[in-house]
Design a protein around this ligand. Structure first.
Ligand SMILES: [Zn+2]
Ligand SMILES: [Zn+2]
Length: 133
């Protein structure tokens, strides 16, 4: 069995599937329990609000979301992976999703712009000739 340094605290520990030492693992479990409990009563809370209320670091909350630990009606906001706008589902916001989609399609369309009409000179107006006597 190999030893490794914990990703969280740097302590040497016996490797396990979680990738962190038992101390940190336990702490993480407690943090996840706190977040889950808070979200049961505050289903529309943002990550910032959850962090304020539970003291759990935002990155831990984000990790929970990405691991699928937070599901159901809960709409937690987290940043779009492309532009950073707060979103509550998927990996990118609706705008970036559309942009990616249109990039995939990317139909090369010929410019269907009509040729510009030659600028017609306003002529033929009143032309008065004075004849001197
Ligand atoms: Zn650790
Ligand atoms: Zn975006």
């Amino acid at each position: 069995m190999g030893l490794a340094n914990c990703k969280e605290c740097g302590k040497l520990y016996v490797q396990n599937p979680a990738g962190i030492c038992p101390d940190c693992y336990q702490q993480l479990e407690e943090q996840e329990a706190k977040v889950a409990a808070y979200l049961r009563d505050n289903q529309r809370a943002s990550i910032g609000e959850v962090h304020e209320a539970t003291g759990v670091p935002e990155k831990v909350i984000l990790k929970m979301i990405k691991k699928g630990r937070i599901v159901g009606d809960i709409r937690l906001e987290y940043p779009c992976e492309t532009c950073g706008k707060p979103i509550s589902e998927g990996r990118v916001c609706a705008e970036c999703g559309r942009r990616v989609l249109s990039q995939i399609k990317n139909e090369p369309r010929p410019a269907a712009k009509p040729p510009e009409p030659p600028a017609s000179k306003a002529g033929g107006g009143l032309h008065t000739t004075f004849i001197k006597r």
